[in-house]
Design a binder for this molecule. Structure first.
Ligand SMILES: Cc1cc2nc3c(=O)[nH]c(=O)nc-3n(C[C@H](O)[C@H](O)[C@H](O)COP(=O)(O)O)c2cc1C
Ligand code: SF4
Ligand code: SF4
Length: 277
C-alpha cells in the first residue's frame, strides 16, 4: 500500500506519532510518507491507498489550518483513511473534527488514535504539562495502531477498527466536546492575549512570517499582526530573539480554571493515576 500521512505539528509531538506510524507501515512492507500540512497539496490525498491525517489539539478541537485544508480536499470517494492527534488531558472533539471533515468528502474513516503530548503553551499554568509525552510507550501504541489499520484495510474488513478511540467516529457531549464546539477563533482572540513583538529585540529574520500557520504576520520595520490570529503562540514560542511577549494576567487564571487536573479527570480523558506534571 501507498500510505500518506499529513500532519499539523508545531512542537513536534504529533510528528513523532506520525513517524512511529510511518516506521510501522514500512516495516510491514508498505510505502509511507509523512508530510507537514504546509507542504501538502489537496490533490495528494486522492492518489494513495491509505490516508492518515494527524494534528495537535487546540481549544479541544482541531486547529483551524487543518480544518481549512480538509475543507479544500477534492472528493475522496471511499478513500480508506484514519485520524490521529496529540493533546493534553482535554482533547474534546479533535479526532471527531478530522473524521467528520474527511467523511464529508466521502472518505471512509476506519478509526482514530490519540496520544498525550507535552504542552508548550506559553501561559504559565499550561506550560510543561505532561512532560516527556509522547513517551516510548505512546510510540509503541502508535505503531500497534498502524499495524491494525493495515490489517483492517488489506483484509477489506468493514466497520471501525477494534482499537479505534470511540469518540473519533461519533460526537461526544462532554464538557470539552462542547468547549471545542463553542470556542471559535473569534472568541479566542477576545479571551487570549495577542502575542506582541518588541521592535527593539526583533532582528527582522522573518522566521515568524514564514511559520505563522495563518499567514497573519507581515514584516515592515517590525512584525505586524493581522486579524486572523488563532492564538497558537507558535511565533512567541519560536522567535529566535524571544521578541514576542503576551500578557497572561487575565487569561492564565481562566486557563487554570478550564484546564485544571480535576476537570481533565472528570470531563477530559486523564486516566486514574496519570500525573499532569
Ligand atoms: C495554543 C494551544 C492550545 C492547546 N489547547 C489544548 C486543548 O484545548 N486541549 C488539550 O488537550 N491540549 C491542548 N493543547 C496541548 C497540545 O494539543 C499538545 O501539547 C500537542 O501534543 C501539541 O502537538 P504538536 O507538538 O504536534 O504541535 C494546546 C496547546 C497549545 C499550544
Ligand atoms: S521571528 Fe522574531 S526576530 Fe524574527 S522577524 Fe519575527 S519577531 Fe523578529
Ligand atoms: S500570529 Fe502567532 S499566535 Fe497568531 S496565528 Fe500566527 S503564529 Fe499563531
Amino acid at each position: 500500500m501507498d500510505v500518506l500521512l499529513i500532519t499539523f505539528s508545531q512542537t513536534g509531538n504529533t510528528r513523532k506519532i506520525a513517524d512511529a506510524m510511518a516506521d510501522a507501515f514500512q516495516e510491514a512492507g508498505h510505502l509511507a510518507r509523512t508530510i507537514p500540512l504546509n507542504e501538502a497539496n489537496p490533490d495528494d490525498t486522492t492518489n494513495v491507498d491509505l490516508l492518515g491525517v494527524g494534528t495537535s489539539c487546540f481549544s479541544s478541537q482541531s486547529p483551524t489550518p487543518m480544518k481549512t485544508f480538509l475543507r479544500t480536499l477534492p472528493a475522496l470517494n471511499g478513500q480508506r483513511s484514519f485520524v490521529f492527534a496529540t493533546s493534553s488531558g482535554a482533547p474534546g472533539r479533535v479526532l471527531y473534527d478530522l473524521a467528520s471533515l474527511l467523511r464529508g468528502k466521502g472518505a471512509e474513516v476506519v478509526g482514530g488514535f490519540l496520544a498525550r503530548g507535552e504542552v508548550h503553551h506559553p501561559a504559565p499554568h499550561m506550560t510543561g504539562q505532561f512532560p516527556g509525552r509522547p513517551s516510548e510507550e505512546d510510540l509503541i501504541r502508535a505503531r500497534q495502531f498502524a499495524i491494525s489499520v493495515t490489517e483492517h484495510v488489506s483484509m477489506n474488513r468493514n466497520g471501525a477498527l477494534i482499537n479505534n478511540k470511540p469518540d473519533a467516529l461519533k460526537p461526544g457531549l462532554g464538557f470539552y466536546d462542547l468547549m471545542g464546539t463553542a470556542l471559535s477563533d473569534k472568541m479566542l482572540r477576545l479571551m487570549m492575549p495577542e502575542p506582541k513583538p518588541d521592535p527593539v529585540m526583533c532582528d527582522q529574520c522573518g522566521w515568524c512570517v514564514d511559520e505563522c500557520p495563518m499567514d497573519n504576520i507581515r514584516l515592515l520595520s517590525a512584525p505586524i499582526l493581522g486579524d486572523r490570529c488563532i492564538r497558537c503562540y507558535h511565533c512567541l514560542n519560536g522567535c529566535p530573539q524571544k521578541a514576542f511577549h503576551a500578557d497572561w494576567r487575565f487569561a492564565d487564571p481562566l486557563l487554570r480554571f478550564l484546564y485544571n487536573v480535576n476537570f481533565m479527570r472528570w470531563f477530559g480523558d486523564m486516566k486514574p493515576g496519570e500525573q499532569i506534571y
